[in-house]
Design a binder for this molecule. Structure first.
Ligand code: G4P
Ligand code: NA
Ligand code: NA
Length: 194
């Protein structure tokens, strides 16, 4: 997506060869116009999939997810993260390990909001190791629902997540794919694109 890639080029800060900082438009200050366009783009990409729910994880996935839900005219759920493990029968739960943060957390969604009739579109801001997206897909499967696709704003293609998700058979659409952050430079995987 041209607009997102331009924004990354003009405002993204390469912290090191693994981390791109996007605090001025995604992770702290947010760009509503960009989020709206992102919502339209995902809606266009997934319009044939009969999506019934958009699912994301707090907190940075919420803005693009709500815009996508607005365009697809379906509800948006955000999974909650929590530290402690308390078994409760009314929650779908999955364990997510963050290699970036080197910590594990439990993600949950109430069984009130997802069931076997749902075709779910998973949305998140970054795809690194894929653990968040895979955990979200597990929640959908616990509900008996279908994962209709995974939509990511920024895929770091040099990390294992994208390959892992495709290996598991999910449809993955990433609006910007970064093949390298070496030498403080953002290099996109697909140089020419609309
Ligand atoms: P994974 O789900 O793909 O395995 O990713 P990982 O555990 O490594 O990511 C942990 C957190 O770091 C996530 O945010 C993720 O969005 C973020 N992250 C991963 N790579 C980058 C990067 O290159 N740049 C930035 N800015 N963030 C990155 P989170 O802890 O869930 O926080 P929130 O922002 O959603 O609240
Ligand atoms: Na996120
Ligand atoms: Na984040």
């Amino acid at each position: 997506m041209k607009l997102l890639k331009e924004k990354i080029e003009s405002e993204g800060i390469v912290l090191n060869e693994n981390i791109l900082k996007v605090d001025s438009f995604i992770n702290h200050q947010m760009d509503p116009f960009l989020m709206k366009e992102i919502g339209k783009e995902f809606a266009k990409l997934f319009k044939g999939e009969h999506i019934t729910k958009v699912l994301t994880i707090e907190s940075s996935g919420i803005a693009p997810a709500i815009m996508t839900g607005l365009e697809l005219e379906v509800p948006v759920i955000f999974a909650r993260k929590r530290k402690s493990l308390t078994l409760t029968s009314d929650l779908y739960t999955a364990e997510v390990y963050s290699f970036t943060k080197q910590e594990s957390s439990e993600i949950t969604v109430s069984n009130k909001y997802m069931d076997a009739g749902d075709n779910v579109l998973i949305i998140d801001d970054f795809l690194a190791n894929g653990q968040a997206a895979i955990g979200l897909a597990q929640l959908v499967r616990q509900a008996g629902g279908t994962v209709s696709g995974i939509g990511i704003l920024i895929e770091k293609s040099f990390q294992p997540g994208a390959g892992e998700i495709r290996k598991q058979g999910y449809r993955l659409e990433s609006l910007a794919r970064i093949k390298s952050l070496a030498d403080k430079q953002v290099q996109f995987a697909d140089a020419k694109e609309t």
